[in-house]
Design a protein around this ligand. Structure first.
Ligand SMILES: [Ca+2]
Ligand SMILES: [Ca+2]
Length: 100
């Protein structure tokens, strides 16, 4: 009986911990996206976006990257530039990414 209680307590503790995970703020998201501009051209291409979403813990980063470009590439050049990053951040924040 005692060990059952121990297990339950551990489970509850784990749940409490996961609830406390803080959601990333817009600033943090922006910083993470910018950090993934690997070639430093000021734009995020699909591969860089994919890596960024992978870093954020997205389960299917390639799919997320496709959608992000679809929704936030305003000038349709296939990459997310400095101005479009704002749209990207507001797009990404709805998924409630957290820091592990
Ligand atoms: Ca780039
Ligand atoms: Ca663009």
């Amino acid at each position: 009986m005692a060990s059952q209680w121990g297990k339950l307590r551990n489970l509850l503790r784990c749940m409490a911990k996961s609830k406390k995970k803080s959601r990333l703020s817009e600033d943090q998201l922006r910083r993470i996206f910018k950090a993934h501009d690997k070639n430093g051209d000021g734009c995020l291409d699909k591969e860089e976006l994919k890596e960024a979403f992978r870093a954020l813990g997205a389960r299917v980063p390639g799919y997320r990257a496709d959608y992000a470009i679809h929704y936030t590439d305003i000038d349709l050049d296939g990459v997310i530039n400095e101005n479009e990053i704002d749209h990207l951040v507001s797009y990404a924040i709805q998924f409630g990414y957290t820091l592990d």
